[in-house]
Structure formats: C-alpha cells, structure tokens
Design a protein. Structure first.
Length: 164
C-alpha cells in the first residue's frame, strides 16, 4: 500500500517533505489543461489566494519564474527590473517540459529541472496559505507562502500589471 502513496507524490511534494514543510494536497478531475481561473471556480477557491506559475526568459537567455495571482497579468518591465534583465518574455508553451520538467497546467515553482530565480507576488504575504499547482494536472499544493519562498530561494515583489 505504501508504494501506491509514493507513486502519487510529485517532485514538488518530495521537496517539501525533504525540507519538512507543512502542506496540503487538493485534487480535482482534469484530463487536459484548464486555466487557473476555471480550476478555482471548479474548487470554489478565491482568485487572490490561487497562484499561477509563469516561466520567462530574459535577453541573456536565463530563465526566471514568476508566481502571481491567477486573475492577474505579469508586468514584464517590473519583472525584468526585479531580475536585473533588460527585458523578459514568456517561454514558448512547447518548451515548458524541456525547461521545467512539467507540463502546461501542472507547472509549479517547486522541483523544476533547475532552481531558477523566482519571485512570488507580494500579495501572497496577506495569506497564511496560498494554492499553487502540485506538479501535475488535477493536483494542487496548499502551503504557507513564506515556506514556498524559502524553499525556492525566492523573494516577494510586485511584478503584476496595475491600472494607472
């Protein structure tokens, strides 16, 4: 029976276990990619507490991870400035697996192929727990945002677009 439990763990969960970080797992029915807003609606989760993981590439060719609320858009200028890049753009969907080891809809900042510089939107600090992808479709991890930042060696910052 223990083997079955082990098979259900994702790299993200193994990293949290190794670092003795408390987290909860939520699963939902999902056979193909659905965006974070639809997942939150499906589960009855608040948008501002549900975060998506975006992977970007800078002019230097380096990759960067931005974890932002699901109903927000990245501000590429703010994110580039945060990471010390001239500019950033999203990686191509076809490259997600090669760069991160995850698939679209299952990408989480935890347990990527490499530990890329990571920023978590500062609003995450308003919550005791946030919801992120669990590392595969149909799975979420619920954890303290400070624990997430610690494990990915990230920082909190404002990298979302705001109305001006």
């Amino acid at each position: 029976m223990a083997k079955k439990e082990k098979e259900n763990k994702t790299n993200a969960m193994r990293i949290l276990d190794k670092n003795k970080i408390n987290y909860r797992v939520n699963t939902y029915e999902c056979d193909e990619f659905i965006d974070g807003i639809h997942v939150a609606d499906l589960n009855g989760d608040p948008y501002d507490q549900s975060f998506k993981t975006l992977v970007t590439v800078g002019k230097t060719g380096n990759y960067y991870v931005c974890v932002i609320p699901i109903d927000q858009e990245i501000d590429f200028k703010k994110a580039a400035k945060h990471f010390g890049e001239k500019s950033l753009e999203m990686i191509h969907v076809k490259d997600i697996n090669a760069i991160t080891g995850y698939i679209r809809g299952g990408c989480t900042p935890l347990g990527m192929k490499k530990l890329y510089p990571t920023v978590v939107h500062e609003s995450a600090q308003n919550f005791d727990e946030i919801i992120i992808s669990g590392g595969k479709l149909g799975m979420q991890i619920i954890l303290n945002p400070k624990d997430l930042v610690k494990v990915v060696n990230g920082k909190f910052a404002n990298v979302i677009r705001t109305e001006e």
